[in-house]
Design a protein around this ligand. Structure first.
Ligand code: LLP
Length: 420
């Protein structure tokens, strides 16, 4: 969040941009992203990987706005997609399909056809039936499908259970114990070309150890596979690196990369295959915030509520995961400080953005909910017939509207009123 500062009179600003003025001009709730912050983070990863045969495939689900995808494409990223829709976005944004990997447990026949026709770089296959389906469709199209198998390494990412994916009880991947047999089956299918191996153990991981544990499992498997005559062109180590929302201290990109590449270099000095990553949150999470206005300050027998105009439908993470996002008042002035739950207008008790926050709240307060660049806008819904927020990208001195605010007419567009 280094792109935010307070002015001498205490107002929160984003470089040359007044957040208060943005809220006034574009309305609230409003997602605000910083191009500079995105690029600075990207450069850190790029520097950590300099001189390596490595690629980052940005996980589109974190933030799939076309302008954001175009920015990552411009920076040289590949993309990790999990649906035909995400692939269409990458193509519309000018991304290179050859640098796309397609993950997910439920790829439909149509999505597989779309991705094969587009010429994506690799399918991260998550089950034996998916291998069969992919082989069949590739045969029909007279193509060879590039595949890697997503292995479930059965390591604990020590994160929230809803976003932990590398344990056997999770639906993801092929169990480590079945991997060799699955690769043998893939090698025997005529319309598949084995490219690599893949794993992803979860999200918002704040330690290096789980990444190393998963890597060790992957490397042991690669040794077995190569002994069985199945060569690996790449190792996809997934995403999952966490960010700082509160007091977390996730490893820096360079620290994590150093640890992983040290291990890889020990394993096969000078002969490490291409390494891929699928980071989402770590690339954009801290580069975005959600602006919202105070509507009412309520006092229910001493329990204070700051009712704001953003809600769980705009930013779902607090309701869904009890996630903590820092909340800053943009224009505290000399308003009195209260301890209040910051809640939205949606008719659910679970509609809160922050609990027991101590904030100086003038009547016309504008609040910034920080670290909302990842899994914010992409998870927004229209519950309570609330149009989704506009999104702007701060680009030097410019403010670019990268998504217009939805209208209620937009929301009703696909519905039919029958003659009753
Ligand atoms: N690759 C695969 C196969 C994934 O499933 C995911 C995320 C990623 C990469 C990117 O993970 P990241 O680097 O962003 O941690 N909605 C949740 C996060 C769900 C993540 C799902 N998979 C949240 O708001 O915390």
């Amino acid at each position: 969040d280094g792109w935010l500062q307070r002015t001498a009179d205490g107002e929160l600003q984003a470089g040359p941009h007044s957040l208060l003025a943005l809220a006034g001009e574009y309305g609230t709730p409003l997602y605000v992203y910083s191009r500079e912050a995105i690029e600075a983070t990207w450069q850190r990863f790029a520097q950590a990987l300099a001189g390596r045969d490595a690629r980052i495939c940005y996980a589109v689900k974190a933030n799939s706005n076309l302008a954001i995808l175009a920015l990552f494409a411009h920076l040289g990223a590949g993309f990790d997609v999990v649906s035909g829709g995400e692939l269409a976005r990458v193509m519309a944004a000018g991304g290179d399909p050859a640098k796309v990997v397609f993950s997910g447990v439920g790829k439909s026949a149509d999505e597989i056809r779309q991705a094969l026709t587009a010429g994506i770089g690799c399918f991260n296959v998550e089950s034996l039936p998916e291998l069969e389906r992919l082989n069949q469709i590739a045969g029909e199209l007279h193509l060879k499908a590039p595949v890697s198998l997503r292995i479930n390494p059965d390591v604990d990412a020590a994160t929230h259970p809803y976003i932990s994916t590398g344990l056997k009880e999770n639906k993801f991947g092929i169990p480590h114990s079945q991997a060799l047999a699955a690769y043998r089956q893939a090698a025997a299918l005529p319309h598949l070309a084995i490219r690599g191996i893949d794993c992803h153990i979860g999200s918002q991981i704040t330690e290096t150890a789980p990444f190393l544990a998963a890597l060790d499992k992957v490397l042991a498997l690669v040794d077995q596979l190569e002994a069985a005559g199945i060569a690996m062109h790449h190792l996809d180590l997934g995403g999952g690196l966490g960010i700082r929302y509160d007091e977390e201290t996730p490893p820096l990109p360079e620290t994590l990369m150093q640890a992983l590449f040290d291990r890889l270099d020990q394993w096969r000095p000078g002969r490490v295959p291409q390494v891929m990553f699928e980071f989402g949150r770590a690339l954009i999470g801290n580069a975005g915030l959600l602006l919202t206005c105070l509507e009412y300050l309520k006092d229910n027998e001493g329990h204070h509520f700051a009712v704001v105009d953003a809600a769980m439908n705009d930013l779902m993470r607090p309701s869904l995961y009890q996630a903590w996002h820092r909340i800053e008042v943009v224009n505290p002035g000399d308003a009195p400080v209260v301890t209040a739950d910051v809640v939205g207008p949606v008719c659910e008790s679970g509609d809160w953005l922050g609990k027991r926050r101590t904030l100086a709240l003038p009547d016309d307060a504008v609040l910034a909910i920080l670290s909302a660049g990842a899994y914010g806008a992409t998870m927004a819904s229209n519950y309570n017939t609330r149009p989704r927020p506009a999104e702007v990208l701060l680009d030097g001195r410019h403010v670019r509207v990268i998504r217009e605010r939805e209208t209620v007419a937009d929301l009703m567009r696909h519905e039919r009123r029958l003659k009753i």
